[in-house]
Design a binder for this molecule. Structure first.
Ligand code: HEM
Length: 294
């Protein structure tokens, strides 16, 4: 599972030669050598730093989600909740990165993007594998995104594996199933690579978890933490959509179709679907026999 990042790394001795303990630990020389602007626009550095920081947070979230999966599989719900709470926190600085590039007008953005295209060819952030792996782990599985990684066979293989593996939500459902809330075999044993279909029996499980405010408290906490994660993720997509409106308008984007039109439907891809749909009846008074009203 932890094969996400495999890079050639120097051995520890050569890594710390000519370094202070801080610079060796934080790899500051390497880190600050990673920004290579392609234009003479004074804001490009802010763009690169903002995207690179986002990449770091996506990877951090991937690792946390994978850890939570292991903890759920070991039936350690309280540790899994602690790990997932960290993910909620990571979304805050991740979403704040948008402030760093909020100054951009279309003229600014296009000045930079035209230089990127001239130097590297036609790019799209859909070619970012860390974001896609995070999205797969959150349970939003769409195989067609793999097409962007054929030039990077190692990343294609990694993502293809993630596509077929259970998401965090699948591990949550398996945990519920092992702990008194039976989930149907059709859900538990389905092909994980195809988009998840909402299931009525899972919706009912969430209703039962929340039915009594004084029972299943740890599971309710899990549900609320997952809801926070889904909110943080959706907030990122909303901020991205607004940034696109501000800097790009209704221009055609990577696929030749209008960028905003491509992005808008992704706003409805909210992780953990039954956790949301069950809220349409969680808390409803129990159905009573009409004859009892007398
Ligand atoms: C502010 C200017 C930006 C514009 C105009 C823009 C535009 C777009 C558009 C039109 C798409 C749809 C696919 C395509 O046609 O390429 C897209 C996807 C995406 N962009 Fe951006 N983007 C911007 C900034 C960013 C930044 C700063 C990041 C990363 C920090 C980013 C990450 C992504 C990701 C991850 C996707 C895939 C979304 C998904 O699959 O739901 N974008 N962007």
């Amino acid at each position: 599972m932890n094969d996400t990042v495999k890079l050639e790394r120097p051995d520890a001795a050569s890594e710390s030669a000519g370094q202070t303990p801080y610079s060796a630990w934080m790899q500051t020389d390497l880190l600050h050598a990673l920004q290579h602007p392609v234009s003479d626009h004074p804001g490009e550095h802010a763009w690169i730093a903002s995207v690179q920081v986002s990449e770091l947070y996506w990877m951090l979230i991937i690792k946390e989600l994978q850890t939570a999966q292991m903890q759920l599989r070991a039936n350690d719900l309280s540790e899994a909740c602690k790990t997932l709470k960290r993910v909620v926190g990571h979304h805050e600085p991740l979403n704040a990165t948008w402030r760093s590039i909020a100054w951009m007008t279309p003229t600014d953005l296009l000045a930079i993007l035209s230089r990127v295209q001239a130097k590297y060819g036609k790019d799209t952030a859909l070619q970012g594998w860390a974001y896609r792996q995070m999205v797969y782990l959150l349970g939003i599985k769409q195989a067609d995104h793999l097409q962007h990684f054929t030039p990077q066979p190692q990343r294609w293989t990694q993502l293809n594996k993630a596509l077929y593996e259970p998401s965090v939500y699948d591990d949550v459902l398996a945990y519920l199933n092992r702990n008194g809330f039976p989930v149907s075999a059709a859900v538990l044993e389905r092909d994980f690579s195809v988009p998840y279909q909402s299931d009525k029996s899972v919706e009912k499980i969430w209703r039962d978890v929340y039915a009594d405010p004084n029972q299943n408290l740890e599971l309710q906490q899990l549900g609320e933490t997952l809801a926070d994660i889904a909110e943080g993720f959706s907030m990122w997509k909303y901020l991205h959509l607004m940034a696109t409106r501000r800097t790009f308008g209704a221009r055609p984007a990577y696929f030749g179709t209008e960028g905003i039109a491509w992005l808008k439907p992704t706003m409805d891809e909210i992780p953990f679907p039954e956790l949301w749909s069950a809220r349409g009846f969680i808390g409803d008074p129990p159905a009573v026999c009409p004859h009892m009203t007398k």
